[in-house]
Design a protein around this ligand. Structure first.
Ligand code: SAM
Length: 253
């Protein structure tokens, strides 16, 4: 067995999960993942099949409340919104949610009720006005090539009013979730969560969760969301890098 001690965590994980890399990436596509990505979203089960058990809108609302003190009604963008099923879940909780999704395949399955709000488009150039959304729930950035990440984050900054919850796949998520959910399938940018944080900060966002009582609360929400599931993040410190605020420009005091 080789000595891996000199390798970064990203390199170690890329070697360990090499069998997932390249899966669901179209050789010369428009940047969208392959249709197969949604058909084998979790093992052999499709995105629609596992949606009810995998997506938890209440958990996201609890995180937003803990970090920003905000409760619905507010406007939220699901960035990488697939067939828009998340919009219905948010709606039940009083959140006016919109979506942006670049796979025509999954987007075409959007239920009639959410077609107006689930837009076919790309995070790199979105059809929304500046400051359209109080919050953004972001899951799509790691599917972009590295050279497009800054452009995409600038676009997120433009449409955001208050803050962003970043839940894209990172290379330092726990091995169990990377393995179990094949999180590296379809991915083009392989970064640790602190590398993602650097990208958000260099494009104007600020870290939103810095005190330890808040991190404790975030970790409690994370643990309670699905006690039977694997941990997604290795520890509470890591979750500090999931929340970013847009600095508010106001009149000087
Ligand atoms: C991990 S899935 C999350 C789906 C949904 N947000 C949820 O939480 O259930 C990520 C989604 O991002 C979409 N996506 C990938 N690249 C994108 C891009 N450049 N612009 C918009 N959406 C993109 C994928 O097609 C996929 O539907």
């Amino acid at each position: 067995m080789g000595n891996n001690s000199h390798l970064s965590i990203t390199e170690m994980r890329k070697r360990k999960f090499a069998y997932q890399i390249g899966k669901d990436i179209l050789p010369a596509g428009n940047g969208a993942v392959a249709d197969s990505y949604f058909e084998t979203y979790s093992g052999n089960r499709s995105y629609e099949d596992i949606f009810q058990t995998a997506f938890n809108a209440k958990y996201l609302l609890h995180l937003i409340k803990a970090v920003w003190g905000a409760v619905p009604p507010y406007k939220l963008l699901d960035c990488g919104s697939a067939n828009g099923l998340t919009i219905g879940q948010f709606d039940k909780l009083g959140v006016e949610a919109w979506g942006i999704e670049n796979s025509a395949y999954i987007h075409s399955k959007t239920p009639h009720a959410w077609r107006k709000r689930n837009r076919l488009g790309d995070v790199r150039k979105m059809p929304f006005k500046n400051g359209s959304f109080d919050f953004i729930y972001e899951t799509c950035l790691p599917y972009l090539p590295e050279e497009n990440i800054d452009q995409a984050i600038k676009e997120l900054f433009r449409v955001c009013r208050a803050g962003i919850v970043f839940q894209g796949t990172t290379t330092d998520m726990t091995e169990e979730v990377i393995e179990d959910y094949e999180l590296f399938a379809g991915l083009q940018t392989f970064w640790t969560i602190s590398e993602w944080s650097d990208a958000f900060v260099r494009n104007g966002f600020q870290l939103a969760a810095f005190n330890s009582a808040l991190l404790d609360e975030i970790w409690r929400i994370e643990q309670e969301a699905d006690p039977d599931d694997w941990d997604w993040y290795p520890d509470k410190e890591t979750m500090r890098y999931c929340f970013f605020s847009k600095p508010q420009i106001g009149p000087s005091p």
